[in-house]
Design a protein. Structure first.
Length: 201
């Protein structure tokens, strides 16, 4: 089974492109039958975790920006805001740095969260960067990998998990995330394969 997963993740005809990250890939997974499936946890790279925001600041500038929302909405990735509302997007995505504690926080009037972060452990929140109907197909992230691992017999939330995090924040601010990630690994199985997408590494 290890060879089946490694081949699906890495092997290609020209040894350059991963089979799982290209919608036009013709590779098909072969279910392993009774072979044991070791759990897999998928970690996004920088920019690979979605971020949601809720706004509550009627006095905010610039003045054309939405100032109050009743619920959380997708701010990263949100193609519409990146193209039509970039100034509002920049303001709401920004963090405030505290040089005393060396930590960051959301700006006043903005509350952000990371959907699907542990202990949730689902994959739906890392399968597409922008899950809106218009942009979903154009922003595929882990969806092809999940699809083909599922064809091998993996079950999302059982032995196939996602572990998104707030990539805007430094490692020293990720203490609770690391605790939850460790718990997710320990609760999943004693042997887990962790696949990470990194930008440039």
């Amino acid at each position: 089974m290890i060879h089946a997963v490694d081949d699906l993740l890495c092997a290609t005809h020209d040894k350059r492109d991963s089979k799982l990250f290209f919608p036009w890939s013709s590779v098909t997974a072969t279910p392993p039958g009774d072979v044991e499936l070791h759990p897999v946890i998928l970690l996004p790279g920088d920019g690979g975790s979605r971020i949601q925001a809720m706004l509550d600041d009627p006095s905010k500038d610039p003045f054309l920006c939405t100032k109050v929302t009743n619920d959380f909405y997708d701010i990263w990735v949100n193609i519409e805001q990146l193209s039509l509302g970039i100034e509002c997007w920049k303001q709401n995505m920004a963090l405030v740095y505290d040089p005393v504690t060396r930590t960051t926080s959301d700006i006043q009037g903005v509350t952000t969260r990371i959907p699907g972060t542990p202990p949730a452990g689902t994959t739906v929140d890392i399968e597409w960067l922008d899950p809106s109907d218009i942009w979903k197909d154009a922003t595929v992230y882990y969806a092809k990998m999940v699809e083909k691992l599922s064809a091998l017999g993996y079950k999302t939330g059982l032995n196939l998990h996602g572990a998104p995090y707030d990539w805007r924040r430094a490692a020293n601010e990720q203490g609770q995330y690391f605790v939850e990630l460790r718990n997710l690994i320990q609760n999943t199985y004693e042997k887990v394969y962790v696949y990470v997408i990194l930008n440039g590494n």
